[in-house]
Design a protein. Structure first.
Length: 293
């Protein structure tokens, strides 16, 4: 089947899957909002010159006491809830993208080399992976962030990557083991192709489909993990916006009737994760022919 026909088939499948379209639309809206946050938000919630306690705990605009332009109300520091959510989504997307790029690249490389060469390198790398996999990624991240207190977004990304590479490495290794003895690999070897060419020209492209699914799923997992860490107080610093931190602050006021402080950021977090999951479900079905729709 030609590449053009494959692309046409994938596009047809996507356009006839309502959940995939809905997930993609949600994801695109959040990405655009995060990228153009300074242009669409009424204030920068982390610019102290634009935040005033005068608007402390202002309700949403449709309620008594609501004030324009704080359409979703304000928090306990007078920050616009809508603006903070948009900037918080930016943080979530930066962390998730950073983790996928760093952990994914490292795990793919380890899995590729381990599956191709085998032997001692394979044994050592997989035992290390098993060690990291014995404990949850959340636990490793909390341990790392507990050691490096007062870090930054980069520190949070590194903390999640400590164990986050394992799933990529194990999956890539399994894919390589399945295809390394294929006829086209043997033919490439017979023509004198170097290991570098075999690894990155033949093995890597053909072993990537399962990795694409992991990437799509991992984006949502990392977003929830970052929110969890921030909720626990060990995630991004207080100077950075975070949906998890907003929920943590909002829970202290929910019983006092300030429900907007927890409902709106919580809803945004759920919608972002649902959008990614809807798209990743379609991608998983599309790349795995064994799954029946």
């Amino acid at each position: 089947m030609s590449k053009k026909r494959i692309k046409s088939k994938i596009l047809h499948s996507f356009l006839h899957d309502p959940s995939a379209i809905l997930g993609s639309m949600i994801l695109v809206v959040f990405i655009l909002a995060a990228v153009f946050a300074p242009l669409i938000t009424p204030q920068d919630p982390y610019d102290l010159t634009k935040v005033s306690l005068e608007h402390f705990l202002t309700p949403p605009i449709w309620m008594d006491g609501g004030v324009w332009p704080y359409i979703l109300g304000t928090d306990d520091q007078g920050r616009c809830i809508f603006s903070t959510i948009i900037y918080g989504c930016r943080t979530s997307l930066i962390v998730s993208t950073g983790v996928v790029l760093i952990a994914g690249s490292f795990g793919i490389l380890i899995g590729l080399l381990s599956g191709y060469y085998g032997g001692l390198f394979d044994a050592i790398s997989m035992r290390v992976a098993d060690t990291f996999y014995s404990f949850s990624t959340t636990l490793w991240a909390i341990l790392f962030l507990g050691i490096f207190k007062g870090g930054s977004i980069l520190v949070v990304i590194i903390a999640i990557c400590i164990a986050g590479w394992v799933k990529y490495g194990r999956t890539m290794r399994g894919s390589v083991l399945e295809i390394r003895d294929s006829a086209y690999i043997m033919a490439a070897k017979a023509t004198g192709a170097s290991d570098f060419r075999l690894l990155f020209k033949h093995l890597l492209p053909n072993a990537m489909p399962p990795i694409f699914v992991i990437i799509a799923v991992d984006l949502a997992v990392v977003i929830m993990l970052e929110a969890t860490l921030s909720f626990l107080g060990v995630g991004v610093p207080l100077t950075e916006p975070s949906l998890g931190m907003m929920v943590a602050i909002g829970k202290n006021y929910v019983y006092a009737g300030m429900w907007w402080m927890i409902i709106f950021p919580g809803t945004a977090l759920v919608l972002l994760v649902v959008g990614i999951n809807l798209f990743s479900d379609w991608l998983r079905e599309e790349l795995n022919p064994k799954i029946e729709r």
